[in-house]
Every structure is written in structure tokens, then in C-alpha cells.
Design a protein around this ligand. Structure first.
Ligand SMILES: Nc1nc2c(c(=O)[nH]1)N[C@H]1C(S)=C(S)[C@@H](COP(=O)(O)O)O[C@H]1N2
Ligand SMILES: [Mo]
Length: 157
């Protein structure tokens, strides 16, 4: 397993799991909102801040969006500002236990202020882009941003 950080960055990186864990650990408690209507409250995640990874890579100022690449080619996209948010993390544990294979082992995104489909499981790549390229669900009718508080479920919501 490794994590590729690339695209519009000054320092592309290929991180091992140990490299990821060497970033400061961050813990966040939040609620999950799936676009299909279910929520799961009070999740405690341990991981690293997405913005710390972005800072290390040196994201270029032309970058405006992020594509998260998971195993088997699954992708999702989000605006750079959402990726850099205070509460955005790359999580390796949930309630103090390593992620299970079903829930994204070894690393997943967690973006508590967006719908949970943006929280890519089995994360393998983070690509910084100029344009906003739709990911897997986004190509199939889901919203490019996905803010639950604005009910951004489908493309034109
Ligand atoms: N790689 C990958 N990540 C993914 C998905 C997926 O199909 N593949 N589904 C998303 C959706 S729609 C949801 S609701 C959550 C489900 O996460 P969970 O299985 O931990 O509850 O993962 C998100 N991340
Ligand atoms: Mo979902």
C-alpha cells in the first residue's frame, strides 16, 4: 500500500503508511450523513489533517479542486477549500481501532461537512487539479460539492 500525492503540487509524494502516520495525529468527532438519508452520529476518527498533507506537497495556486483515487479506480472530487477545511482528515482509525477492511483500511478521507460519499475509502491517491473533474458518483448524477446543509444531492440541486 502507498499513497500518491500529485497533480498541481511542487513536491509530488509517494507516502508509505508510516510516512502518513508521521504527520501529527488529529482526532475529530462528527456526524456522518449519507446521501440516501441515513446518518450516524458521534463518530470519533483518528488520522492526519488533509491540509497538513497538502502543505507538505506544496499545492500550487492554480489548483482549485481535488480528486481522491481509491482502489480499483473509484474516484470522487471536491473543491480544494473543502479538502483544506479545519475538520477534513485522512483517517486510519475509528473509535481508536484501525479501520476495518469494509470501512476503508488502511486510510480513508473524512469530510464531515460534506455528504459521506465524498469520504473515499481505501484511499490510494490525492490529485490536485485546476478544473473540477467529476468522480464516479458525480458522473452518475451526484453533486459536485455535496453539502448536506444545502441538500446538494444531485447534479442540479
Ligand atoms: N472507495 C470507495 N469509497 C467510498 C464508497 C465507495 O463505493 N468506494 N462509497 C461512499 C459512500 S456512498 C458511503 S455512504 C460511504 C460508506 O462508508 P462506510 O462503508 O464506512 O459506512 O463510503 C463512501 N466511500
Ligand atoms: Mo452513500
Amino acid at each position: 500500500w502507498n499513497l500518491q500525492v500529485y497533480g498541481l503540487v511542487d513536491h509530488p509524494m509517494l507516502l508509505s503508511f508510516e510516512d502518513v502516520k508521521a504527520f501529527p495525529q488529529y482526532e475529530s468527532k462528527n456526524d456522518i450523513h449519507c446521501v440516501t438519508g441515513w446518518s450516524r452520529l458521534d463518530n470519533v476518527w483518528q488520522g492526519v489533517r488533509a491540509r497538513d498533507i497538502a502543505e507538505k506537497a506544496g499545492v500550487k495556486k492554480e489548483a482549485g479542486y481535488v480528486i481522491l483515487h481509491a482502489e480499483e479506480g473509484w474516484t470522487t472530487n471536491l473543491p480544494l477549500d473543502d479538502f483544506l477545511a479545519e475538520t477534513s482528515l485522512l483517517a486510519y482509525a475509528h473509535h481508536g481501532e484501525p479501520l476495518t477492511p469494509e470501512h476503508g483500511f488502511p486510510l480513508r478521507g473524512v469530510f464531515p461537512h460534506l455528504y459521506f460519499w465524498k469520504s473515499a475509502k481505501w484511499l490510494r491517491g490525492i490529485q490536485f487539479t485546476k478544473e473540477n473533474h467529476p468522480g464516479f458518483w458525480e458522473q452518475n448524477g451526484y453533486h459536485m460539492r455535496g453539502d448536506p446543509w444545502q441538500n446538494q444531492r444531485f447534479t442540479w440541486d
